[in-house]
Design a protein around this ligand. Structure first.
Ligand code: COA
Length: 149
């Protein structure tokens, strides 16, 4: 079941995201980052446990980014990640967003959801504001992918 999280679930979101942040796959999130942006998140819950998370961050009137996409290792390859991305895209459509992009190492997964490779240098400057928090900044080796809605 995909729902909006409660603020009180911020710590569970942080644990899931930071599981992959320590591996360099996601940007780490502080609790402040999460509480401030709690309305951007979707969580996938099984019984009472958050097993997946994703967020859609609006950048501009025509552009949004899928961020903090994570599925717990015990629940991967069951369609949860895909369902979360599709939920983010539905929200993008509802908001009138034309293009959704993301930075990732998981090319095959996002291709299956309909994203295509794009030239990272063509993304607008404002996209990079959160990247300074990343341990890899400024030598980012992630690929950029996008989908038109
Ligand atoms: C990437 C991630 C979110 C995928 O979640 P998931 O729930 O396992 O993915 P799904 O089960 O919804 O997979 C959807 C499709 O993609 C495929 N897929 C999933 N992960 C894949 C991978 N790493 N490589 C290739 N294909 C993959 C699945 O086999 C499935 O294919 P199908 O539609 O033909 O059956 C999950 O592996 C994860 O949390 N990884 C660590 C964090 C991370 O890298 N996040 C992305 C950062 S942008």
């Amino acid at each position: 079941m995909i729902i909006r999280p409660k603020v009180t679930e911020g710590k569970a979101i942080q644990q899931l995201v930071n599981l992959y942040a320590v591996q360099g796959l996601l940007i780490p999130l502080s609790l402040h980052d999460i509480y401030e942006r709690i309305r951007e998140f979707f969580v996938y819950k099984i019984e009472d446990q958050i097993v997946g998370v994703a967020s859609l961050h609006v950048i501009w009137e025509d552009l949004a980014e899928v961020r903090s996409m994570a599925v717990h290792p015990d629940y991967q390859r069951r369609g949860i990640g895909k369902a979360l991305v599709l939920r983010c895209l539905d929200e993008g459509r509802d908001l009138g967003i034309k293009q959704v992009f993301l930075l990732t190492y998981k090319k095959e997964f996002f291709e299956k959801v309909g994203f295509q490779l794009i030239d990272k240098s063509k993304l607008p400057q404002k996209v990079w504001s959160d990247c300074i928090k990343c341990v890899k900044f400024p030598d980012c080796d992630e690929i950029a992918m996008s989908i038109m809605l």
